[in-house]
Design a protein around this ligand. Structure first.
Ligand SMILES: [Zn+2]
Length: 419
């Protein structure tokens, strides 16, 4: 959108009487227009060039801990030398203890119960800055449940700590809803018609019959019609609203973007284009967040997460190119959880959860009822999403514990995206 305006501007600067020029000139002008579009084309593949943090020392020392099965602070010079890492000890005045404490402190500083920054304290070693407080936050969620699966605990913390949290659901998620969910809701609305209107609402009566007949006549591999897709999208919206409500998010802060690339009605999606980026540019410029959370869980089977994150990163890129001042005071955090987890060596912010907080996170995920055992696309992993999330969050906590850091029930992990 931005650059299109820009290009018209360029064109009008060159041809101020654009509306009155001859057809020949018009063709020339159009060619010029398309040429300039190519020059300033949005970069829609930024996930390919995400730079991971260079935590080389941390990575080597953690690997050593795991190999010799010792916590960080118990590694000896002998452990380093016998495993080809004697040079690290040399770099720290020949003292293994200094290497140990360096890496221990680095990891210690990734842990915070204040994902939006802790107000009124020294934040020099904290992963997130103290000011401004409270922060405006946008969580981008590719499907209507990735927000709570990946960072449900962090969202609740942000809410409890009075930040202004928005959630933007990028796709409708309509193809991942089973037909029985639609039937269940149609039975309900038909019953509602009977209870409150004595069955007099003809629209409900007819729609109920039509939906029932369509689903009954569906053969394996048949695509849904538009009405069924809209109903399935509506079911997911309802679940997302319930989960947000459970986390305390204001209903006005829930945004359903329904990005067009997803709306093919089938597994193969449409190509991601600028039309998918524009609503994100508009949203971020309206809210001007201090924090953006985005999915870096790019291993989902049909590539939807990658396209969604490409769209967010393109929106940030375009907004930066447009010179938005607010963006200088915005940090972008990447989450995982539904399909993969960050390696401890990469983590830059780690938000711990107590057993109760983990249960609350599970409760938020369970609001997404259509995604339980009957959901069409759970992948090869037998576990439901709440189980995967808990296993991964417990595993991260266990790895921190094994390294000799504080022992928590579970942890959600984030890496900062630099732009
Ligand atoms: Zn997803």
């Amino acid at each position: 959108m931005f650059h299109r305006v820009q290009n018209y501007t360029i064109l009008l600067l060159i041809f101020p009487n654009f509306a009155f020029i001859s057809p020949k000139m018009c063709t020339f002008a159009e060619n010029l227009y398309f040429t300039t579009i190519n020059i300033t084309m949005m970069n829609l593949n930024l996930t390919n060039s995400i730079k991971m943090p260079n935590h080389e020392l941390r990575r080597q020392v953690i690997e050593l801990c795991e190999k010799v099965e010792k916590p960080l602070l118990k590694l000896s010079t002998k452990d380093y030398v016998e495993n080809g890492l004697g040079h690290l000890v040399e770099q720290f005045d020949g003292q293994a203890g200094l290497v140990n404490i360096e890496v221990f402190n680095e990891l210690q500083h990734t842990i915070t119960g204040w994902p939006g920054g802790k107000p009124n304290v020294d934040d020099s070693t904290r992963p997130e800055r103290a000011k401004p407080y409270p922060k405006r936050v946008i969580v981008f969620s590719p499907h209507p449940d990735d927000d709570v699966i990946s960072m449900g605990g962090t969202i609740r913390r942000l809410m409890q700590q009075n930040h202004d949290v928005h959630v933007a659901y990028e796709t409708s998620g309509n193809i991942a809803v089973g037909d029985e969910e639609v039937r269940r809701f149609m039975h309900f609305i038909n019953g509602f018609n009977t209870i409150f209107a004595n069955g007099s609402d003809e629209v409900i009566k007819h729609s109920y019959q039509a939906v029932k007949a369509f689903i009954k006549g569906k053969k394996p591999g048949d695509l849904d019609n538009e009405q069924i897709l809209r109903l399935k999208g509506l079911i997911r919206r309802g679940e997302a609203r319930l989960a947000c409500e459970y986390s305390g998010i204001d209903s006005k802060h829930i945004h359903f973007l329904d990005l067009p690339f997803y709306e093919s009605g089938k597994i193969e999606k449409l190509p991601m284009t600028e039309a998918d980026v524009t609503p994100i540019i508009e949203l971020i410029n309206e809210i001007k967040p201090h924090q953006i959370y985005v999915a870096a869980d790019l291993a989902d089977p049909h590539g939807t997460h990658r396209k969604c994150t490409d769209a967010v990163l393109a929106a940030i890129d375009e907004t930066k190119k447009a010179g938005a001042e607010w963006l200088k005071d915005c940090r972008v955090w990447m989450y995982r959880g539904a399909w993969a987890e960050w390696d401890v060596a990469d983590i830059e912010m780690c938000v711990p959860m107590s057993p109760e907080e983990l249960r609350e996170k599970r409760n938020a995920i369970l609001r997404h009822q259509s995604q339980m055992e009957s959901a069409p696309f759970l992948g090869n992993d037998e576990r439901l999403f709440w189980q995967r999330a808990e296993d991964r969050n417990r595993e991260t906590a266990k790895r921190y514990d094994n390294l000799g850091l504080a022992c928590y029930e579970a942890m959600e992990a984030f890496v900062e995206y630099k732009f």
